[in-house]
Design a protein around this ligand. Structure first.
Ligand SMILES: [Zn+2]
Length: 103
């Protein structure tokens, strides 16, 4: 078993797992029960995706990178510096090159 991905939430973890299985890579989600668990587990634990066959790690990472590149990281955002609207995939404002302040 080898961890290939740490997800923001359990939904993302399952999407990644399904992608891997589609590609013939046997994968499982670990840590899915952490949300709402009290006590023994560290509060910052997030669900992760593991593959059963360590040799498939490189291929699994390729699948995950493809997934990450095609999914926007969030909703469209408006630049607080110049007020222009930017697509979620833009790391910097297209107009003034400032990073988004999503805080
Ligand atoms: Zn701007």
């Amino acid at each position: 078993m080898r961890r290939v991905f740490t997800a923001e939430n359990v939904f993302e973890a399952y999407i990644v797992r399904d992608r891997l299985i589609e590609q013939g890579i046997e994968a499982v989600v670990q840590g899915e029960m952490l949300t709402g668990a009290i006590g023994e587990l560290p509060p910052d634990s997030r669900p992760s995706v593991w593959i059963r066959e360590n040799e498939l790690y490189d291929r699994a990472r390729e699948v995950i990178e493809t997934f990450e590149n095609e999914v926007p990281s969030g909703p469209d955002w408006r630049c607080r510096n110049c007020g222009e609207d930017n697509e979620a995939s833009f790391g910097l404002c297209w107009n003034c090159s400032r990073p988004p302040d999503r805080g």
